[in-house]
Design a protein around this ligand. Structure first.
Ligand code: AMP
Length: 506
């Protein structure tokens, strides 16, 4: 028998098996009135009410619905309320500027945009049929139509697009990664298998839900009846407090979040919350071995590394301490856990002659939205070309060594260096620029601009202000160095590896 895999399965099971359990505890400190604690019965009712509202707005199956929001119970419920009835969720990075969001809304063809009150200003700039503030102004009636059953999704299709997640890559404009129900379903369940999620888990949302759909945890944790604790803003001490107050057992985060928690732990009075209970899944950049050792030693939390991309839903490899390592010292185990990991179940990983990491699995994207050429190039030969450089070591573990594509990852967010270069060169005093990532304890990589300027006396402050008015804050250079010239090949191509070298040595 063939039965299509759709994201509704996760919510349907939770509602059927755990209707009275607390499903989600919303962020208490947010501009809209929070939704408080919702049971799985409540959450399923809200998802249906959202689908009914979209029926009323005339959004067809396959229609795109964009949401620009910090983590919230409304966003979490939308993974089901939008995609669960055959529509396509476009979760948008709330840190982007209005022109960046406008591009995504236009490119995806979204006919409805919801924005958190903190991002409500963007709505004025968008040309879109329906735009609403989440929970603000007129309340939730624009999001939920209660007491009306939604039209059923008559032909559920696991090959249908469930979400389009915009990600910065090698191009100046972000690309829309089309993920199908099948992609999301298998990523969530395989991820859940490797992290052994269960109905006893209390999951803290330290990862932005817009980023690769929170790596699939919104689905997996729901499917097993775990509890979601919504966190709107990253703050190390607040993470420790939530772990203590809610009995958190699991979270996912970029290395920058680990550092924030370690800093807060140093000032924490009493025992560290979650010792010998919490497991933390880390990806986005290679975490320093020392950080891994400190997470295990100072926090007493289990450290699990994964590697992946938005294009792979994201799970590719996983590195979790195995029985053979039980007798190793903390530092030896940290060294072993510092690698990206071994292929997850059902995932194939290899490297090509140039050392680029290739992967094939059911998590790989269907395509880049309306970019068939980019799609064909990325999936050439039946493998997804990650743009990451690496090798498989003698224990079979993938080690990521560099990035072939021009992407900087700062605080877990992708920054296209080309996009930042575009903005910097739009300043009249700039002759040439190269934007690179340099290693940084806190951010992983620091967006750094090497600038050749004319004689007009341009300052780093002026240039940063110029960027701030045009780019999201996380993309703006945190460091500006003025240089005489930039190294180029005979054909005029910038040799970025030469620029990076002095910073990355050692
Ligand atoms: P994104 O699509 O925004 O999730 O970014 C994916 C990129 O993050 C990958 O192509 C890698 O460059 C980087 N990345 C993710 N996980 C790891 C990891 N465990 N180690 C090193 N880099 C990683």
């Amino acid at each position: 028998m063939f039965y299509p895999l759709t994201v509704r399965d996760f919510l349907d099971r939770a509602e059927q098996v755990y209707p009275d359990r607390v499903a989600v505890v919303d962020e208490p400190d947010q501009p809209a009135p929070g939704l408080g604690s919702l049971t799985y019965r409540d959450m399923a009712a809200l998802a249906r009410a959202q689908a009914a509202r979209l029926d009323r707005l005339g959004v067809p199956v396959g229609g795109r619905v964009a949401i620009v929001s910090q983590n919230s119970a409304r966003l979490l419920t939308s993974f089901f309320g939008v995609s669960g009835w055959g529509r396509v969720l476009v979760p948008v990075n709330f840190r982007l500027t209005p022109p960046e969001i406008d591009y995504i809304v236009r490119h995806s063809g979204a006919s409805v945009v919801y924005a958190d009150p903190a991002c409500a200003g963007v709505l004025d700039t968008l040309h879109v049929k329906h735009k609403f503030v989440l929970g603000g102004g007129t309340g939730d009636e624009e999001l939920y139509l209660h007491d009306t059953a939604p039209e059923p999704w008559t032909a559920p299709d696991e090959g249908a697009t469930a979400s389009i997640n915009y990600t910065s890559g090698t191009t100046a404009r972000p690309k829309g990664v089309q993920l199908t129900h099948r992609n999301l379903w298998l990523n969530a369940t395989v991820f859940g298998l490797h992290t052994t999620i269960s109905d006893r888990d209390v999951y803290l949302h330290t990862l932005p839900m817009f980023h690769a759909n929170g790596w699939g945890m919104p689905f997996g944790v729901t499917g097993v009846g775990g509890r979601h604790i919504v966190l709107r803003q990253i703050d190390g001490a607040e993470i420790l407090r939530r772990v203590r107050d809610h009995g958190v057992t699991l979270m996912c985060a970029a290395p920058a979040v680990l550092n924030a928690v370690l800093d807060a732990a140093a000032d924490w009075d009493g025992g560290i919350p979650g010792r010998d209970r919490v497991r933390i899944v880390c990806a986005g950049a290679p975490p320093p071995t020392r950080t891994i050792e400190r997470v295990m030693g100072e926090l007493g939390w289990e450290f699990i590394q994964i590697y992946g991309l938005t294009e792979t839903s994201p799970l590719v490899t996983v590195n979790r301490s195995r029985a053979e390592w039980d007798d190793l010292s903390g530092s030896e185990r940290a060294r072993k856990l510092g690698r990206a990991g071994v292929p997850a179940l059902g995932v194939r990983v290899t490297t090509d002659a140039e050392g680029e990491v290739l992967t094939a699995s059911n998590h790989n994207l269907d395509g880049y939205w309306e970019q068939p050429e980019e799609t064909a190039e990325a999936q050439e030969g039946g493998w997804f070309h990650t743009g990451d450089g690496g090798h498989v070591d003698d224990e079979g573990y993938l080690v990521i060594s560099d990035r072939k594509k021009d992407v900087i990852i700062s605080g877990g967010e992708n920054v296209s260096s080309i996009e930042v270069e575009d903005v910097i060169t739009s300043h009249p005093a700039v002759r040439e620029v190269a934007v690179i990532g340099i290693p940084d304890e806190k951010w992983g990589e620091l967006v750094t601009a090497l600038v050749v300027a004319d004689a007009s006396g341009l300052t780093a402050e002026e240039l940063t202000a110029h960027c701030r008015s045009r780019l999201a804050g996380f993309k703006c250079p945190k460091r500006v160095d003025f240089v005489e010239s930039l190294p180029r090949t005979a054909t005029g191509k910038l040799q970025k590896f030469k620029l990076r070298e002095p910073f990355w040595n050692g």
